[in-house]
Design a protein around this ligand. Structure first.
Ligand SMILES: C[S@@+](CC[C@H](N)C(=O)[O-])C[C@H]1O[C@@H](n2cnc3c(N)ncnc32)[C@H](O)[C@@H]1O
Length: 246
């Protein structure tokens, strides 16, 4: 049962997304996707489906190269995405179950895959990617946190500004139970404007799976998979997943 403090970044606090994680910050990540797709795809790539597209900050860069369609579960994030990328098609949907009529040359899941909290959910998301690909199509994703490397508690702080508003964002990542497949991510926002400071708390539960589980589930969805060390800061392993041409 979701609590009042859960996932506020994608609900009542989604307006902060362009301030706390601006589109410019996604240039390197988007470029990693573009390079991998261009290098490894077996078919010419014109179309791309972004599952868990959020505020469209990756799409802001990807749309220069591909005809992008984005799916996200959050209406607030999709509103941000539509404002930023008016020519991109955005649809509300769940990456575990969305089924469009259209097939794509490429599919990506970026920093949304950590919301898959069980192997069943992860597999469902990979099957959604597989379902939407043309034969020979390519799916790329990456893992940010691996249990093998997870530091049990990490806290970071950032200050972001827009006009007269300042947002100090404290991010606290911890794993209360290292035996299960989840960890907790808590954000504290201190929003100052007009000589007032408002404090907001926002809690997220994220999935964390061993590398072997990722590979097993991607294969189970139907792909052949290749891994490489991620070139983007903050990500660990990048997955290049191919759907067979026949
Ligand atoms: C960190 S944001 C992604 C930001 C995005 N990369 C961007 O460019 O703005 C994570 C997103 O995952 C979405 N999400 C979480 N669970 C989802 C699900 N089951 N299906 C679709 N989207 C989901 C959230 O709504 C949120 O927008």
């Amino acid at each position: 049962m979701p609590k009042k403090e859960d996932n506020r970044m994608y609900r009542d606090l989604s307006w902060t997304w362009p301030i706390i994680s601006p589109p410019e910050d996604y240039a390197d990540e988007a470029s990693q996707f573009i390079k991998a797709i261009e290098k490894h795809s077996k078919i010419p790539v014109k179309t791309l489906l972004n599952l868990g597209c959020g505020g469209g900050h990756n799409d802001f860069h990807l749309k220069k190269r591909f005809q992008v369609t984005g799916i996200d579960i959050s209406k607030g994030m999709l509103n941000n995405a539509r404002k930023l990328n008016p020519n991109v098609t955005y649809l509300t949907g769940d990456m575990r179950s969305a089924r469009l009529r259209k097939k794509f040359d490429s599919v990506i899941i970026a920093d949304a895959i950590m919301y898959m909290l069980s192997e069943k959910d992860m597999l469902a998301a990979f099957k959604t990617a597989y379902f939407h690909l043309k034969p020979g199509g390519i799916f790329c994703t990456y893992v940010e946190e691996l249990p093998e490397k997870f530091a049990r508690t990490t806290t970071t702080r950032e200050l972001k500004r827009k006009d007269d508003m300042e947002i100090t964002l404290i991010e606290h990542m911890w794993d209360p139970d290292t035996k299960d497949m989840t960890f907790e991510l808590t954000f504290i926002y201190i929003i100052t404007e007009n000589q007032k400071a408002i404090v907001e708390v926002d809690r997220h539960t994220c999935g964390i799976f061993p590398l072997a589980t990722w590979k097993k589930l991607i294969k189970e969805a139907g792909f052949t998979v290749r891994t490489s060390r991620s070139k983007d800061e903050g990500a660990e392993i990048f997955f290049i997943c191919l759907k067979s041409e026949i």
